[in-house]
Design a protein around this ligand. Sequence first.
Ligand code: ZN
Length: 55
Amino acid sequence: MYEEGSVLFFKKPHVCGSHEWRIIRTGADLKLECVGCKRVIMLPKYKVEKLLKHK
Ligand SMILES: [Zn+2]
């Protein structure tokens, strides 16, 4: 489901304005890099679920 290198779309934009986050590591927590500003964050999967924009 979550694959390294794939891009997630969040409902709310990051402070830089980008909605896209690239997965750089999976696990209990996902390590995500903002596509816009390259900021790296760690989020537990359940939180990512709530932030995702489902089409
Ligand atoms: Zn950003």
